[in-house]
Design a protein around this ligand. Structure first.
Ligand SMILES: O=C(O)CCC(=O)C(=O)O
Ligand SMILES: [Fe+2]
Length: 202
C-alpha cells in the first residue's frame, strides 16, 4: 500500500544496529481502539499462562491466548500450545496490521496484563517454530506501558511507550541481537492487551 510505504520511510529505525524496529504510533482512531480493547477483553479465551522455568512449572498472573490459521501447535516458554481459529475481531486487526507492515502473518499471541504489577521479563522471540528473522507486529490496547530493548552483547538500551491502538514492528535480526521486556510498574492500575502477530513455520 502506497500510503503505508511512505509511512514506513518516515518512521525511522529505533535501534542503532543489528535489527530494525519501527513504531507507527496510533494506527486506529480513539473510538476504534476503545472498541477493539473491549471486544478483545470480552471475546478472547484468556487463560493463565503456564511456563516451565528451570524445570519447574509456574502459572503466571498475566493471561494469554494463542490464535492462528489452523489448529497447529507451537512451543513457547517450554510448553506446547494449540492455536484457536481466528475471531472476527482478530481477522480485522490482522488485515490492518498486514496493510501497515506489507507482510502476512499466520498466528497471534495475545497477552492480558491486569495491572502494572504484571509485565514480561527480558526475552527474545526466537523460538524454533518461529520463522527466522520473520517480522513480529505488536499491537497494544488499554494502559500505556513502557517497552524496552537491550542489546545482548553491548547492553545498549532503547525505551519507548506503547500507546492505546498503536503498532510496533520488530524486523530482521532484532530477535537475534536484542532482548525486549515489558517492565512492571506500580504507577499503572489499568489493564492492557497486547497482540503479537507472527509467522510460524510448521
Ligand atoms: O506485551 C508486550 O508488549 C510484549 C509481549 C511480548 O514480548 C511477547 O508476547 O513476546
Ligand atoms: Fe516478545
Amino acid at each position: 500500500m502506497k500510503l503505508f510505504d511512505d509511512e514506513i520511510n518516515k518512521t525511522m529505525n529505533l535501534l542503532p544496529k543489528d535489527g530494525t524496529v519501527h513504531y507507527f504510533g496510533k494506527i486506529v482512531s480513539a473510538d476504534a481502539a476503545d472498541r477493539y480493547f473491549r471486544e478483545l477483553l470480552d471475546t478472547i479465551e484468556w487463560k493463565n499462562d503456564e511456563a516451565v522455568i528451570f524445570g519447574k512449572k509456574i502459572i503466571t498472573k498475566r493471561k494469554v491466548a494463542w490464535y492462528g490459521d489452523s489448529s497447529f501447535s507451537y512451543t513457547y516458554s517450554n510448553t506446547t500450545k494449540t492455536a484457536t481459529p481466528w475471531t472476527k475481531t482478530l481477522l480485522e486487526l490482522k488485515e490492518i496490521v498486514e496493510a501497515g507492515s506489507g507482510e502476512s502473518f499466520n498466528s497471534c499471541l495475545l497477552n492480558l496484563y491486569h495491572t502494572g504489577d504484571e509485565g514480561m521479563a527480558w526475552h527474545s522471540d526466537g523460538e524454533k517454530d518461529l520463522k527466522k528473522d520473520g517480522t513480529i507486529a505488536s499491537v497494544s490496547f488499554g494502559a500505556e506501558r513502557k517497552f524496552s530493548f537491550k542489546h545482548k552483547y553491548s547492553q545498549e538500551k532503547v525505551d519507548l511507550v506503547l500507546e492505546h491502538g498503536s503498532l510496533l514492528l520488530m524486523k530482521d535480526t532484532t530477535q537475534t541481537y536484542w532482548l525486549h521486556r515489558l517492565p512492571p510498574t506500580k504507577k499503572i492500575t489499568e489493564s492492557r492487551v497486547n497482540l503479537t502477530f507472527r509467522v510460524i513455520e510448521y
